[in-house]
Write a new protein. Structure first.
Length: 398
């Protein structure tokens, strides 16, 4: 006996359409809320993933030399921590030297500010002379002189009255009572640290987990891949494997490519700054090199550390050399090396890059700006390998 389906009424159709529209919106809101309130957890995990992608080629190199994966991961993580400690000691020594030179730098900055103010006042005076007629300026000067003379006459009158009147007898005041201060006042920095103590503790706690996460991701890489694919069956497992491989390829290309470009720019910048006798080249060079890779605002950020260091020399040719060298390195890296090393694997259009920076920067602040592009590239890799999401992958692509 055939079943007869009744046609849906207009009200039922509207309810179904509203339900189909509301469910994705609610799911998206839940995801955004989870990303926002759990950002410390997600940032820690993704930072460990990025570091694992950077160290994976070294683990593979040791495995070719017949090292077991667990031993190779331990050796690489130990050497990475040792290098990080040595870099931290170098940065600490450079910062100590900068701290000793702070009075001179502050004086140079004050001189620059004074010069700028003088130039602005001179420009204002020239503009005033050009705009205001000479007769009106002369009248205003006469009125100003008359006002000053009147003030001087009033001040002289007050002085004569003070000298003419006898001073009143004032009984001696008792000695001030010295209050014993039990608690010392905290400085502004101490107040800020005290108010942010819980946040600092949480950040340090999450940072302490990163070395362990990186080691386990490197040593258990094959097991994690196999375990992840067990959640899928049939054709879905093939799609999941392709998506995982696409994500790994895109993120590795972006992370490792940017890291190698940053190291190259850091070395070249340090050498150039050392040749022009710029103070603290081993600190300023790496800072300028890695800041140059920040999307959109990389060039002005890369100029800030060397220009600040150039205040210790305070010579115009040094400022010119810093601006020219940093600009050339940035343009060559972004237009020649970046498309070949990173852009050949990460195909994102500029509009999507800008929107992703805005979204992840809003959710996770500064770490979100650093993680925005690899996250969006990974999302595009998933969309490219899932049949129903390929239109979104084409929208995200270039």
């Amino acid at each position: 006996m055939a079943t007869v389906t009744k046609p849906l009424s207009a009200t039922q159709t509207t309810v179904q359409d509203a339900r189909q529209f509301a469910l994705p919106v609610i799911a998206g809101g839940v995801v955004i809320a989870a990303l926002y309130f759990g950002r410390m957890l997600f940032i820690t995990f993704l930072s460990a993933v990025i570091i694992a992608f950077i160290l994976e080629p070294f683990v593979a190199l040791l495995m070719r030399a017949r090292f077991p994966r667990s031993l190779a991961a331990f050796v690489v993580c130990t050497l990475a921590l040792l290098g990080l400690w040595l870099a931290g000691m170098g940065v600490y020594s450079q910062l100590g030297s900068i701290y000793d030179e702070l009075p001179r730098y502050s004086q140079r900055i004050a001189d620059i500010v004074d010069n700028v103010q003088q130039k602005l006042e001179q420009m204002e005076e020239r503009t005033y002379q050009m705009v205001v007629p000479a007769r009106q300026r002369q009248q205003q000067q006469q009125e100003e002189q008359a006002r000053l003379r009147a003030q001087q006459a009033q001040e002289q009158t007050r002085r004569r009255r003070r000298t003419a009147e006898p001073a009143p007898l004032v009984p001696p005041s008792p000695p001030p009572i010295q209050e014993v201060r039990i608690h010392e006042d905290r400085t502004a920095i101490a107040d800020y640290i005290y108010s942010r103590l819980s946040s600092f503790y949480q950040i340090l706690l999450m940072l302490s987990f990163i070395p362990f996460l990186v080691y386990f991701m490197l040593s258990w890489r094959d097991h994690l891949n196999r375990s992840f694919l067990q959640f899928f069956q049939g054709e879905s497992r093939t799609v999941a494997a392709r998506s995982l491989e696409g994500i790994a390829g895109m993120v590795r290309a972006f992370v490792v490519g940017n890291f190698l470009l940053g190291v190259l720019l850091a070395v070249l910048s340090s050498v150039i700054f050392w040749l022009v006798r710029l103070p603290f080249p081993l600190l300023v060079g790496p800072l300028s090199g890695f800041l140059s890779l920040v999307p959109y605002i990389g060039l002005p950020l890369a100029l800030l550390p060397p220009l600040f260091a150039a205040l210790g020399v305070n010579r115009f040719p040094v400022y010119v050399m810093v601006v020219v060298s940093v600009s050339l390195l940035h343009l060559v890296a972004m237009n020649l090396f970046y498309p070949k090393v990173v852009g050949s694997r990460v195909h994102l259009n500029p509009l999507v890059v800008t929107l992703s920076l805005m979204l992840w920067g809003f959710l996770w602040d500064a770490p979100g700006l650093l993680l925005a592009i690899p996250l969006t590239a990974g999302l595009k890799a998933v969309c490219d390998n899932v049949q129903g999401l390929r239109p979104f992958g084409k929208f995200l692509g270039d």
